[in-house]
Design a protein around this ligand. Sequence first.
Ligand code: GDP
Ligand code: FO1
Ligand code: CA
Length: 311
Amino acid sequence: MSVLALAGGVGGAKLCLGLARVLSPDDLQIVVNTGDDEEFYGLHVSPDLDTVMYTLAGLANPYTGWGITGETFATLEHLGKLGEDTWFGLGDRDMATHIVRTNMLRQGKSLSEVTSRLYRSLGVEHPVAPMTDDRVRTKAVTNIGTLEFQTYFVKHRCEPVVRDLVFDGSGSASMSEAFSKALSDRSVLVYCPSNPLLSMAPILAVPGVESAIKSFSGVTIAVSPIVGGKALRGPAAKLLEELGEDVSCVGVARRYSGICDVFILDDLDRHHADEIRSLGMVPVVVDTIMNTEQDKIDLARIVLEVAGVAH
Ligand code: GDP
Ligand code: FO1
Ligand code: CA
């Protein structure tokens, strides 16, 4: 079975790890959101690409989900002493990733090329690509003004009330080559349990993506990131509410209506199965909470089994 998985950061990375444990590198292509990207201290940071990378490389910080385990922050501390505003926490080792990325981009390499080099260097064999090599930046239109994504997310801890989300630059962006190829030659598309508004929406906003998914010849399967009406972490539930959408797996499913065949929802949400069916998707109810590596592998196997049946 040949799979294309779409992912944001922490939630997406969990299922990607499970998929990578059960599929060979030839059978799995991962495509990641880059709307969260931003420059700090002159360095290009790609949080979701790095979260997936550190997770697949076994280096991810298990408490935060992002960054490197056992990280130190001496450079950041010194940047502070030199008068820099240091609310965005780049660790010493993580900083090396951004230095290599920034240098390669400056030399004219694409973000796809940089990503392949970084992942390979950390021993990750499964191919992972950004959704686009072009500049797309998520902005949050809030009650305190329009904020750059990391200012909203990290500096203001997602506290401002969001009225709209804008994916700056996406109108003129093109899908990365790996993304566009995977949409035409893979047999299963998986929407990982990532934030539908902040991680999946920017991927779907890249011109041509939605229409390519509509004509995708294989099976499309989503896993809900909303469990029991709540996000397991992060602002997904708060954002659904602020944007007037259903704060449940149904709100998530509605966003995938017309571009998804099978919707996997958690046991806790089994009472929503009929609503999912009425949106035109086949509901599959399972335990979707991935704490251990075995949980991630188990859910990945279920996704593949469901894909096999639906095919
Ligand atoms: P971010 O970019 O780091 O915010 O991560 P993502 O967008 O990829 O994922 C965030 C979403 O993952 C949140 O809405 C969480 O509810 C969801 N999530 C995290 N862990 C799990 C899990 O174990 N199971 C499910 N179903 N969702 C999860
Ligand atoms: N998230 C935080 O809440 N605080 C941080 O200081 C922080 C630093 C950071 C550095 C590198 C990186 O790749 C991610 C980092 N994140 C941090 C996480 C990240 O900004 C968000 O989780 C995502 O952008 C949301 O997907
Ligand atoms: Ca993200």
